[in-house]
Design a protein around this ligand. Structure first.
Ligand SMILES: NC(=O)c1ccc[n+]([C@@H]2O[C@H](COP(=O)([O-])OP(=O)(O)OC[C@H]3O[C@@H](n4cnc5c(N)ncnc54)[C@H](O)[C@@H]3O)[C@@H](O)[C@H]2O)c1
Ligand SMILES: O=C(O)[C@H](O)COP(=O)(O)O
Length: 528
C-alpha cells in the first residue's frame, strides 16, 4: 500500500511502515495542488502540524484509509471531512507529553529569568547583569488552563518545585485534579490567583481567543506560557499587555500563523520569548510518536483496530481477537437486512444477546451500520457509517441482554422503514463459523456467503422443485438451501446459497407463480 509522509517523522516510524511491506514516499515540502496530486493514490497519509489536511485533500484521495498524526494536536486536520469520506484520523496522544511538559517548564523559567534576552546581550559583548531581576517559581501559584496529559505533567513538575497549582478544565473530574495535588477552580479565579498561567487546551472553536484582554488584566504582574496552540491566546492583546507592563512576560512556542508568523506583534516585544514550535522536538518524543503512528497506519491498512482513532469507534487490542468475527457477522446481518427491506430505512436496531453483551460493541454496531448502508452508499465503512445514519435521519438503537435463548451469543440487526421491519439474526458456531440463524423470525441455518436468494412461498408440494427448476433453467447453480416454515401448509421462507448471479428474468419468472410470495437476491460482495 502507498503511504505518503508530508512532515518529517523519525526514521523508526518509516522503518515500521517499510518492514510491513508498504511503499513509503516522503515529501516534506509538498502543499497545494502538488499535495492533492500526491495524495490521489495514497492509502495512508502521515502528518505533523505542518500539513493542512483540508476537505480538498480528502476529496482528492479516493483510496485513503487513514490520516496518522505523529503527535497530539489535530487542529490541522478537517476531521468532519475525514469522517464524511470514511477516513480514520488517529494521533499519538502519549509520545510527546513529557517533551511538551519539559519545554513548558523551561519556557516558564526562561521568561521569569529573561534567559534569552540576557544570553543575546552577553553574546553581543554586553554584561547586562543589573538589568535583570527575575521572579522565582517557589511559593508562587501556577494556573493551568486545560488539565489533560500535558497540563497534568507540567503541574506535577512545578508542584515539585514549590508551586501551588490551580486549574481550570470544564471536562475533568475534581477527584483527578486533587489526586495530582491541584485545586479545580473557575476560569477567572484560575487566572486571577496565578502568578504564572500555562495553557494546555487544544485549539477548538470553544478555546479560540480563550485568553484575551480581560483575562490578561486578571493576570496582572504575572507570566503567561503557551506551548499548546496559537490562537488560544489573542496575540494582539498579549503583545499589548506585555508591552504596557500589565503582564510581566510571556513565553510562546506556538502561533496562530505557522511557520514564521512574520507580521505577529509577538516577535517585536522584548519580554515575550519565543521558540518555533519545539515542544515535541526531542529525539525520544519523535521516536515515540513516529512508531506509534506508523503502527496504527499498518493496523488500519490491515483492517485491524486503530488504537487512537479519533473519529471512529475503536476496539481494545486485547478484545480484538474475540470481537473480530462478530464485526464481520454484524456487517453481514446488516447487509442482508437492508436488502430484504423494501422502503427507505428509517431506523436500525442492533441487539446483542448472551456473552457478546458483556463486550464493548461500539465498533461492532458501527460495522452493522456499514453493512446496512453498503448496498446503498458508494464508500461506507465503520468510520462514516454512524455519520451517514445521522445525515440520513436514521434512528439507531443498540440494546444488550445477557439472556440468550438458543445461542451463546446472538447479534440481531433489524431495519425498519417506519411501517415494516425486517430482522436478521446471526451467531458464531464452533470455530467462529458465522451463521444466519433467523430471518424475519423464521429459524434458519444459512451460511452467509457470496450470493443468496431468499424466497417466501406457500408451504405446499412442488414449490421447492419449481424454484430449483427455474434457477437451473437460468443457469444458476444452487450450492445449499435451508427451508423454514410457520406451520405445515402455511408460509415458508427459504434461503439458497447460489454460485452465480441471478438474472432478473429468473426472479420475474418465479414471482409470476402464485405460490411464490417474494424473491430477494442478496449479494454479500464476496464476503464469506
Ligand atoms: N508545543 C508542542 O509541541 C506541543 C506538544 C504536545 C502537545 N501540544 C498541544 O498541547 C495541547 C494539549 O495536549 P494534551 O496532550 O494535554 O491534550 P489532552 O487532550 O490530554 O488535554 C487537553 C485538555 O484541555 C481541556 N479543555 C478542552 N477545552 C477546554 C476549555 N475550553 N477550557 C479549559 N480546558 C479545556 C480538556 O478537557 C483536556 O483535559 C494540544 O493542543 C496539543 O496539540 C503542543
Ligand atoms: O500537537 C503536538 O503534538 C505538538 O504541537 C507537536 O507538533 P509537531 O509534531 O508539529 O512538532
Amino acid at each position: 500500500m502507498k503511504v505518503l509522509v508530508t512532515d518529517p517523522i523519525a526514521d523508526a516510524g518509516l522503518d515500521v511502515l517499510r518492514e510491513a511491506g508498504h511503499d513509503v514516499r516522503t515529501d516534506y515540502e509538498i502543499e497545494g495542488e502538488d499535495l492533492l496530486e500526491a495524495v490521489s493514490d495514497a492509502n495512508a497519509l502521515i502528518v505533523r502540524s505542518g500539513t493542512e489536511v483540508t476537505e480538498e485533500v480528502f476529496e482528492a484521495a479516493d483510496d485513503l484509509v487513514i490520516v496518522g498524526r505523529a503527535g497530539i494536536g489535530v487542529d490541522n486536520i478537517d476531521r468532519d471531512a475525514a469522517t464524511e469520506h470514511g477516513v480514520i484520523v488517529a494521533n499519538a496522544p502519549e509520545g510527546n507529553v513529557r517533551a511538551a511538559a519539559e519545554h513548558t517548564v523551561a519556557m516558564a523559567f526562561a521568561a521569569a529569568r529573561s534567559i534569552p534576552q540576557a544570553h543575546t546581550r552577553l553574546k553581543a559583548g554586553e554584561w547586562a547583569k543589573s538589568d535583570y531581576l527575575g521572579a522565582e517559581v517557589n511559593g508562587k501559584t501556577l494556573g493551568v488552563v486545560g488539565f489533560g496529559r500535558v497540563g497534568q505533567e507540567v503541574a506535577k513538575k512545578l508542584d515539585s518545585l514549590g508551586m501551588d497549582i490551580v486549574t481550570f478544565d470544564p471536562y475533568i473530574s475534581e477527584e483527578r485534579v486533587e489526586r495530582i495535588g491541584a485545586e479545580l477552580v473557575e476560569f477567572e479565579e484560575c487566572i486571577e490567583r496565578a502568578d504564572f498561567v500555562t495553557v494546555h487546551t487544544p485549539l477548538t472553536p470553544e478555546t479560540e481567543d480563550l485568553i484575551s484582554d480581560e483575562e490578561l488584566e486578571l493576570l496582572e504582574g504575572g507570566y503567561l506560557v503557551n506551548c499548546a496552540r496559537g490562537g488560544v491566546v489573542d496575540e494582539d492583546a498579549l503583545a499589548a499587555k506585555v508591552e504596557d507592563g500589565t503582564v510581566a512576560g510571556a513565553a510562546l512556542d506556538v502561533f496562530a500563523e505557522e511557520p514564521l508568523p512574520e507580521d505577529s506583534p509577538l516577535l517585536y516585544v522584548d519580554d515575550i520569548i519565543v521558540t518555533p514550535h519545539l515542544g515535541a522536538s526531542t529525539e525520544a518524543a519523535q521516536e515515540n510518536v513516529a512508531t506509534s503512528t506508523a503502527e496504527q497506519v499498518v493496523a488500519a491498512l490491515e483492517n485491524e483496530p486503530v488504537m487512537n482513532a479519533l473519529n471512529a469507534p475503536s476496539i481494545d487490542e486485547s478484545a480484538f481477537p474475540r470481537l473480530e468475527p462478530y464485526v464481520d457477522l454484524a456487517e453481514t446481518a446488516g447487509k442482508v437486512a437492508a436488502q430484504l427491506l423494501d422502503g427507505r430505512i428509517a431506523s436500525i436496531e442492533v441487539t446483542y444477546e448472551g456473552d457478546i453483551a458483556d463486550e464493548d460493541v461500539d465498533f461492532v454496531t458501527a460495522s452493522a451500520l456499514k453493512g446496512v448502508f453498503s448496498p446503498l452508499e458508494w464508500q461506507v465503512n465503520a468510520v462514516n457509517a454512524p455519520q451517514i445514519a445521522e445525515d440520513r435521519g436514521v434512528d439507531v438503537t443498540e440494546s444488550k441482554t445477557k439472556q440468550a435463548e438458543d445461542f451463546q451469543s446472538l447479534i440481531s440487526v433489524a431495519v425498519s422503514d417506519g411501517e415494516d421491519e425486517v430482522s436478521v439474526d446471526g451467531t458464531l458456531f464452533a470455530g467462529n463459523d458465522p451463521r444466519i440463524v433467523r430471518v424475519d423470525g423464521y429459524r434458519v441455518d444459512a451460511i452467509p456467503h457470496g450470493r443468496m436468494v431468499i424466497t417466501r412461498n406457500t408451504d405446499e408440494p412442488g414449490v421447492i422443485g419449481l424454484i430449483g427448476t427455474v434457477m437451473g433453467n437460468h443457469g444458476v447453480n444452487i450450492a445449499g438451501m435451508f427451508n423454514a416454515r410457520e406451520a405445515i401448509g402455511g408460509e415458508a421462507l427459504t434461503v439458497y446459497n447460489v454460485d452465480g448471479e441471478v438474472p432478473d428474468a429468473a426472479r420475474e419468472e418465479l414471482e409470476s407463480d402464485e405460490r411464490v410470495i417474494g424473491v430477494r437476491y442478496i449479494t454479500l460482495n464476496g464476503q464469506s
